[in-house]
Design a protein around this ligand. Structure first.
Ligand code: F6R
Length: 612
């Protein structure tokens, strides 16, 4: 996730672009840059690693003036944060500039093709290839319009693009395929942006560019075409959001926005990695090899909080498909254990931020013990990525809400991909099994969307139960970690005492607490432990506990004895954690809302825990 801004009009673009970038910084903030045309009509590109203040400092000395320009704030996906990897990117001749949000899936093969033709690419990004592909196309085709038609045929993946040409100082181009892009229509000035937040101060009239459309934008007009070259009559819409609302995409809180982003983000995790035709998974840049997969005799997964729970679910997934014995530990415990590890032991660290002190200390310890370190991380360029031997990026984009939601889901997704890769490489997973898992996996985003679209029962439960102070969350097998994660969300954002148990453990003590004032969330989706769960929950019913079931729509049994049912679509038991956690995130969110809690910034917490 990155932020794009563009301006064409009568004013100086530079301060407008900077102001726009400040409004987009929540979309990414590891580096930023702008491209403008200077007084001599030359294309000027200024880019800086770090927060926007670094770019502002660099620009203040240059006194640039330009009536058109593009800006970008980056959230790295390919290549570490650096001046060179920051956007905009240019071609060999410096005649065009491109900013991009999304992922170009086939960038490696395009890069090789371009290098063979003599292009010199200076960054590690997927975006830079777009500039050079366009340069190559324009050598044979002087019409920009035709060039775009050829360009989109060559690119695979998702992209929102802003493009400007040195020879055309009054026209900005915008292209959309899978990543958002809005055109703002002002008085003799126009804008492009990743969302409406940076536009609101300047105009409320916008066109939402749709997938497979591109636009030619001048100060006084804007023409939209589809990828086949047909003119499109786009609807001009009026935005009534307040500025703060706009940054959150109209959602009341970042937590809710991030919950809603999940279906889209999951598709990003699959992109370029899942090969449905071959029923396989490939990891391009992650430095994971099949040979290494065959050599792993034992695996430790470590993490903290939500990342630890993702690791716990990862254990069930990897053991199911790869045959590797897995142990999961809290990073704060692992670092102090007395361990003798054999050479075949690998350590897999899970972390959204890549900066969590205990996780870093653990991998350093594991390195001393001679283990190879693999990590599942969201933030590119973070300390954990630099100290790991191999990294799987979760590509969730910046997570602003302190309570983790989309990071958890992408961490689980990384485990499913890894299980196919390792399972196939080790000969533990058949082709049929891989095909079955992957085919069901790609249906998950639309099933999550179904949960998001049918949340009335979740809201009703939140209303009914938000004043209860003590909760149990119960699950078994793959969904025991889901119960732990659901309880953590409840604790964090609505400050209730919520404990999770593997349901079979209840009778060994905790069931003593059950009475009619104790709501129990029971994860009862179909699968091998369903009947065992039913027996465990019957014991709660017998003690008059209030039971809220997370169950599949066709379940005729559960509704007969529980107090409330929240439905989730059916999927493979192995994949059900991806769906069952969604109502638990929403339940925690709405209960916190009804309790009047500060959801995005819960008390006593910090987003990144960099102290022990
Ligand atoms: C919970 C939450 C925390 C983090 C934990 C690890 O919603 O966000 O429990 O999961 O502090 O952080 P990372 O993943 O950055 O290592």
């Amino acid at each position: 996730m990155c932020g794009i801004i563009g301006y064409v009009g009568k004013q100086n673009a530079v301060p407008i672009l900077l102001e726009g970038l400040a409004r987009l910084e929540y979309r990414g903030y590891d580096s930023s840059g702008i491209s403008v045309l200077n007084g001599k009509g030359n294309l000027h590109v200024i880019k800086k690693i770090g927060k926007l203040a670094e770019l502002e400092k660099a620009l203040s000395a240059l006194h640039l003036r330009s009536k058109m320009g593009l800006g970008h704030t980056r959230w790295a996906t390919h290549g570490q944060p650096s001046d060179l990897n920051a956007h905009p990117h240019t071609d060999c001749t410096g005649t065009l500039a491109v900013v991009h949000n999304g992922i170009i899936e086939n960038f490696q093969e395009l890069r090789e093709e371009l290098s063979e033709k003599g292009h010199r690419l200076v960054s590690q990004t997927d975006t830079e290839v777009i500039a050079h592909v366009l340069e190559e196309i324009l050598k044979e085709n002087s019409s920009v319009e035709k060039a775009f038609e050829s360009l989109v045929k060559k690119l695979r993946g998702t992209y929102a693009l802003g493009i400007m040409f040195k020879k055309d100082p009054q026209t900005l181009y915008a292209v959309r395929n899978g990543s958002p892009l809005v055109i703002g229509l002002g008085k003799r000035e126009c804008f492009i942006a990743s969302d409406v937040a940076p536009l609101l101060k300047r105009t409320r009239k916008v066109i939402y560019l749709k997938d497979h459309q591109w636009a030619m934008i001048r100060s006084d007009r804007c023409g939209v075409k589809n990828f086949s070259g047909q003119k499109i009559k786009s609807k001009v819409e009026h935005v009534s959001w307040r500025l703060e609302e706009a940054e959150r995409g109209g959602f009341e809180k970042f937590m809710l926005k991030e919950i809603y982003e999940q279906p889209e983000i999951l598709k990003n995790v699959w992109l370029g990695r899942m090969d449905l035709k071959k029923s396989d998974v490939r990891f391009g840049q992650e430095m994971l090899s099949s040979r290494e997969a065959r050599g792993i005799e034992r695996l430790f997964i470590i993490g903290c909080g939500t990342a630890y729970y993702a690791g716990l679910c990862g254990k069930y997934i990897l053991e199911r498909y790869t045959g590797i014995p897995v142990e999961v530990d809290l990073a704060s415990e692992f670092r102090y254990r007395t361990l003798k590890l054999s050479p075949g032991t690998a350590v897999l660290a899970v972390s959204q931020s890549g900066e969590t002190a205990d996780t870093l200390a653990s991998i350093r310890r594991a390195k001393e013990l001679g283990c190879r370190i693999i990590s599942i991380v969201n933030v590119v360029g973070s300390t954990l990525t630099r100290e790991s031997d191999a990294v799987i990026y979760t590509q969730a984009g910046p997570e602003i809400s302190v309570a983790s939601t989309k990071a958890y889901l992408t961490q689980l997704s990384a485990f499913y991909l890894l299980s196919v890769f390792w399972g196939r490489a080790r000969g533990e997973m058949s082709l049929m099994e891989a095909r079955h898992l992957l085919t069901e996996l790609i249906k998950i985003p639309e099933k999550i969307q179904w949960v998001l679209d049918h949340q009335d029962p979740i809201k009703a439960c939140a209303r009914k139960y938000y004043s209860y102070r003590n909760w149990f969350y119960l699950g078994r097998g793959f969904n025991y970690p889901t119960a732990l994660e659901g309880a953590l969300k409840n604790k964090e954002v609505s400050y209730s005492h919520a404990e999770a148990y593997a349901a079979g453990e209840m009778k060994h003590g905790p069931i003593a607490l059950i009475d009619r004032n104790f709501p129990v969330i029971a994860i009862l989706s179909q699968g091998g432990v369903y009947e065992k769960m039913i027996s465990n929950i019957k014991e709660i019913e017998a003690r008059r506990g209030k039971i809220i079931a997370i169950a599949n729509p066709n379940d005729k049994v559960v509704s007969k004895f529980v107090n409330d049912v929240i439905e989730v679509p059916e999927t493979l038991e192995e994949l059900s954690p991806l769906l069952n956690v969604i109502p638990l995130q929403l339940l925690a969110y709405y209960m916190a809302l009804y309790r009047g809690c500060d959801i995005d910034r819960p008390r006593n917490l910090a987003k990144s825990v960099t102290v022990e």
